[in-house]
Design a protein around this ligand. Sequence first.
Ligand code: NCD
Ligand code: ZN
Length: 357
Amino acid sequence: MSPRASAALPGSAAVKALTIRRPDDWHLHLRDGAALAAVLPFTATRFARAIVMPNLRPAVTTTAQALEYRRRILAALPAQLRFEPLMTLYLTDDTPPAEVERARSSGCIFGFKLYPAGATTHSDDGVTDVRHIAPVLERMAELGVVLQVHGEVTDPAVDVFDREARFIERTLAPLVERLPKLRVVFEHITTRAAVEFVLASHAGVAATVTPQHLLMNRNALFAGGIRPHHYCAPVLKAEAERAALLGAVAGGSGRFFLGTDSAPHARRAKESACGCAGVFSAHAGIELYAEAFEAAGALDRLEGFAAVHGADFYGLPRNTATITLVREPWEVPEHYPFGADELVPLRAGERVHWRIA
Ligand code: NCD
Ligand code: ZN
């Protein structure tokens, strides 16, 4: 199916509406309890499926825990919405290789997430050195189970803007070379170095890209003052890096697909002397990408990125239902309810230029 646009050819500035296959979100944080109930409807309204990240406290490290978490997600889903959570397990230094088999035969678990210990929110139990999980990674390569990677070194001596590039050199490139059959999703890439690494790697290596890294550069962290709601991990990068990412997704390569990394945190955890990393974008999770692709003159490439490349990579069927996006600005609320707290969404109090019909 090719996207159907009214009023003009896709890719041109005059497109007013765009119908695409229902998209999937290949990198999402749903949290648990009241927070889960607060954010899940935003995703389930837009996306058919999502890879649900396992960085809860305690982390989701076993198949049994993931199946329980999946049940809680489905129980929190409003009755009128259809949504399939795709689970992934949190790798630790102690993950046993047998967990790979258990996860795979569950039919509900679609990967293992590698958080370098200390790299981001709730990553303290992550992997301290990939050598510690070598037997697990070998089993994953044998069974075709996907490794999802938070690709940043944690060495505090490395400049925060260089941590992704150093991770490629120090960890990811050697890993992909040592295990050429391992299927890898380089999550939320932010740099030209990552784009080039993915394109130069074998076909089993792909990447997700967030809306914030396509739409904003690091100036957005300091626009008129410090902007905690634009702070995420990996941090926003320089304009040349943003341009490289946008060029990559607009180029239409099947190696790149949608992963919002929507990561809700309570307002007071963000607006703090040491604010948490995470941008909440699920309230406009496909609309923001439409803006980015429109700006790149590549609306005709949105469907592949949002609804085809990820499903194909994970070996899952493409969605057959469709959604229609219309070019009609709307104002994002200043905040949404978030349990007993408030959640400040991306673009709070400002406009998003596309909406779902
Ligand atoms: C994520 C979170 O809050 O869980 N934060 C973020 O800035 N992206 C963790 C992560 O994906 O790194
Ligand atoms: Zn994430």
